[in-house]
Design a protein. Structure first.
Length: 528
């Protein structure tokens, strides 16, 4: 409300300037005004209007900018919260570049439109209508002529601006494709170098970049054409009004001071018309961005479970009871699958690729949900407990380790925000990572790079294993967790893990014969 009040006050000040100019013209022609009777008073009044206008302009610019930044931050937070709430399936199907563009570019477009465009729209309309009313008071014929010209401006606006929206949508898609390409290639740098694909990838990037540049220039061309086109028509309209007004002065129907005020009011009309042209272009951009954001927010998040009770500390009795599950567009993966795992038991899941080993782990953690049957832990159906409380009791170590760009201590401590340095080191010892960490120049403070690129594959897996052990869950899933270990390291892990993992329910997903020594039972899913 404060911003609107300041903007409206600015419009009133703007409308007062032509009135003072008319008084000055009358004074020059020898006529006296009852209030502003002298030249110093007229100049002082004009100076006061300029000073007040400047103060209002500063205040509104700061308040609008501050409000816009706050709104943008809030919108980004809501988008990010929704992003985290979406199921794993959504993230597997979407390009990360599209999501980055959504949180960055689209959110900024919406914020700018609301605070930088929409909020200013009311004062523009007030200025426009106020100028028309004052013109009608001075010369009804000239005001009527202004109204008659408005449809011409409207159709010109539609004609030039109708291409903005499709180009804006295409630009956002091209931008997200470019970001996705860069994000993907950053993760493939070792592969790109080993296959000497730098020239090929450079050419691909150039193609993406040229496509984005082409759309940017098209968008810039239309936006650059829109406002000047309306300004040109408005300028021609002002000249027409000046000619009509001059004719009225010659015929004695209009006084020269009133003609000066009319001319200034007509010039004032051109600013709202040009600004409204910009508003139209920004409206098309914001419409495209809002449609993408609304489509994103319409995506169904993971099932709401905050109203459900927490899963109490479990013993680790797991039962897959006649479950059914199918990935979209594929043959059913499980149709009537059952498996019981006793508390403290270690089982190994084997079988050919695509048989569903990792899917069982995801179903157990409710990263995906069964379509039929049920999964229970200690006899409790996991669909009827709070999801975070379920996941807190399950540790997952995957073959493709996901690590932070931070220190080793930060990566291991990710499993428990309250962990002490001693807790972190004990987890590293259990994962057979402590020795190699101590040999690094900064030890646990060593920065490992994006996704741990400064470490070997086996070292990254040991860090991920330590992270899961620090969490100390009663249920632990090792999904090819030692695939990057050398044979000696794997044997050491097997020999030292029996005692440490003895009280946990362990699900091992592996193709490696050595690690099967840890298992009490081996389940070949290819036979089910």
């Amino acid at each position: 409300m404060a911003i609107l009040a300041l903007l409206l006050a600015g419009s009133v000040i703007s409308l007062a300037v032509p009135w003072v100019a008319g008084i000055l013209t009358a004074h020059v022609l020898g006529e006296s005004h009852p209030i502003l009777a002298s030249l110093p008073l007229i100049i002082s009044a004009w100076l006061l209007l300029i000073i007040v206008k400047s103060i209002l302009s500063f205040s509104t610019s700061y308040l609008i900018g501050s409000t816009g930044e706050s709104m943008l931050a809030q919108l980004r937070s809501e988008l990010y919260d929704h992003l985290q709430a979406l199921p794993l399936r959504y993230h597997q199907e979407k390009k990360r570049g599209e999501l980055i563009a959504l949180i960055g570019n689209d959110a900024e477009i919406i914020s700018f439109f609301v605070t930088g465009t929409l909020v200013r729209l009311l004062p523009l309309l007030v200025t426009f209508l106020g100028a028309l009313v004052l013109m009608a008071w001075l010369s009804p014929q000239i005001a009527a002529l202004c109204l008659a010209l408005l449809p011409l401006y409207y159709f010109s606006l539609k004609l030039v601006g109708r291409r903005i929206r499709p180009i804006s949508s295409a630009w956002v898609q091209a931008w997200s494709d470019l970001i996705s390409f860069v994000e993907q290639n950053l993760g493939l740098i070792p592969t790109i170098k080993s296959f000497t694909r730098e020239p090929i990838e450079r050419e691909s990037f150039t193609d993406f970049n040229k496509g984005l540049l082409r759309l940017s220039k098209q968008q810039l061309l239309i936006q650059s054409l829109l406002s000047p086109s309306i300004s040109l028509l408005a300028g021609l309209g002002v000249l027409l009004l000046l000619w009509v007004g001059s004719q009225q002065v010659e015929q004695g129907q209009l006084q020269v001071p009133d003609l000066v005020s009319l001319l200034l009011y007509a010039i004032m009309l051109t600013q709202p018309l040009s600004s409204l042209a910009d508003v139209y272009g920004q409206l098309m951009n914001a419409r495209g961005a809002s449609e993408r954001i609304l489509s994103f927010l319409a995506e169904q998040p993971e099932p709401e479970s905050s109203h459900l009770p927490d899963l109490a500390p479990v013993r680790g009795d797991i039962c897959f009871d006649k479950i059914r599950f199918t990935y979209t567009g594929r043959e059913p993966l499980f149709t009537d699958f059952s498996l019981h795992i006793s508390p403290g038991e270690t089982i190994a899941l084997t079988g050919v690729n695509g048989v569903g080993k990792s899917t069982l782990a995801h179903l157990l953690m409710r990263l995906a949900d069964v379509e039929g049957g049920r999964i229970t832990i200690d006899g409790i159906d996991i669909r009827y407990v709070n999801i975070p409380s379920l996941r807190r009791q399950i540790g997952l170590v995957e073959q493709h380790t996901l690590l932070l760009h931070g220190s080793i201590a930060e990566n291991i401590g990710y499993g428990d925000a309250l962990a002490t340095q001693e807790d972190i080191e004990n987890a590293a010892i259990g994962a057979k990572a402590h020795d190699f960490i101590k040999q690094l120049p900064q030890g646990y403070d060593t920065i490992i790079g994006d996704q741990g690129l400064k470490l070997s594959g086996g070292q990254r897996q040991r860090i991920a294993l330590a992270r899961a052990l620090l969490k100390n869950p009663p249920i632990l899933i090792l999904d090819e967790a030692t695939s990057m270990f050398d044979p000696e390291g794997e044997q050491d892990f097997i020999q030292e893990s029996h005692e440490q993992l003895a009280e946990k329910t362990i699900i091992i997903i592996t193709h490696r014969p050595a690690i099967l020594q840890l298992a009490d039972r081996i389940i070949d899913l290819s036979l089910h």
